[in-house]
Design a protein around this ligand. Structure first.
Ligand code: GUN
Length: 309
């Protein structure tokens, strides 16, 4: 006997809901950290302690939180760390001088200057001064080139690297898939597209941005969507094909008077509107975010290995 339509719809909804994988970035990051802890213990036994310097210029509250989390992660894993909090009126020359000091410091294997710096700082010029072998952010042109050339000695920006690790951890294949990356930043969009199109991943990639025509229509052709635009909950159900994988890189603060802090964090994806349509999705918070720091730790360990071999 065929069940009545109301029951069939309910079953369909349950099946759909059950088939959506909620990608748990916290859990994957935790496993990566456990593996790193073993590697760090081995390095320490050889008298090598990976060291990271984190530099923040100015008092942007979100950046202060991120920098605090990065230094805490170092402490938890037993890495050596230095936190440099410089006043907002720090000059370009002073910042570059610090970078040169860190380049020469043998305890430091990774250097990170938190982005974005104040407007008077020329970020690209600062990055050019970081020793590429210590550029654990993967922002130096030498590392950008290595990513494009698929040279694994280079450093890949942490957030896209974390996205690839999430896909791997959940057995989500990218080969032959159409991936649409929304956002063309040097921190996420462009490196993400390069990773997806690499011979390791074999996806077919479209990079979309604010001037892309019919963005929802384009995204509906995607098997994988990576949302990295910085626009709260922009990607709604209209953007998502049934069964697509959605990675949400957005971390946006929106006002919410019901919260003690007066705001809440949302992604670039309207999670509630989209989740039942996807085969897999990253929540915000708890999806891509925890992976960024785990990959920063991984890049610092890699830098230590490469600099001390
Ligand atoms: N700001 C937001 N994400 C990042 C990152 O991955 N590295 C740096 N340096 N700044 C950021």
């Amino acid at each position: 006997m065929v069940p009545p339509i109301s029951v069939r719809l309910k079953l369909k909804k349950i099946n759909k809901f059950m088939s959506t994988t909620i990608i748990d970035g916290k859990e994957v990051a935790c496993k990566i950290r456990e593996k790193l802890a073993e590697e760090i213990a081995e390095l320490k036994a050889l008298g090598k302690t990976p060291g990271l310097a984190v530099v923040l210029v100015g008092e942007d509250p979100a950046s202060q939180v991120y920098v605090g989390s990065k230094v805490r992660a170092c402490e938890e894993l037993g890495l050596y760390s230095q936190k440099w909090e410089l006043p907002a009126d720090t000059t370009q020359e002073q910042l570059v001088e610090l970078i040169h000091q860190l380049n020469a410091d043998e305890r430091i294997h990774g250097i990170l200057v938190q982005s974005p710096p104040p407007a008077h700082i020329d970020e690209e010029a600062v990055i050019l001064n970081i020793d590429p072998r210590k550029d654990v952010d993967g922002f130096h042109p030498a590392n950008v080139a290595k990513l494009v050339l698929e040279d694994e000695e280079g450093f890949v920006p942490c957030t896209p690297l974390g996205c690839m690790e999430l896909l791997k951890a959940y057995g989500i294949s990218t080969a032959g898939k159409h991936a649409v990356v929304i956002g063309r930043s040097m921190i996420v969009g462009k490196p993400m597209a390069n990773l997806l199109v690499s011979k390791k991943a074999n996806a077919t990639v479209t990079i979309a941005h604010s001037r892309t025509a019919d963005l929802p229509g384009l995204c509906r052709t995607a098997d994988i969507i990576v949302a990295a635009v910085g626009r709260p909950e922009m990607v709604n159900a209209d953007y998502v094909k049934e069964g697509a994988v959605v990675l949400d890189v957005g971390i946006n603060r929106i006002a919410d008077s019901s919260r003690p802090r007066g705001y809440r964090i949302v992604g670039d994806v309207d999670y509630e509107a989209v989740k039942d349509k996807c085969s897999a999705i990253t929540p915000v918070p708890g999806g891509v975010g925890p992976m960024t720091i785990a990959m920063l730790m991984a890049n610092t360990v890699k830098a230590c290995r490469q600099l001390t071999r």
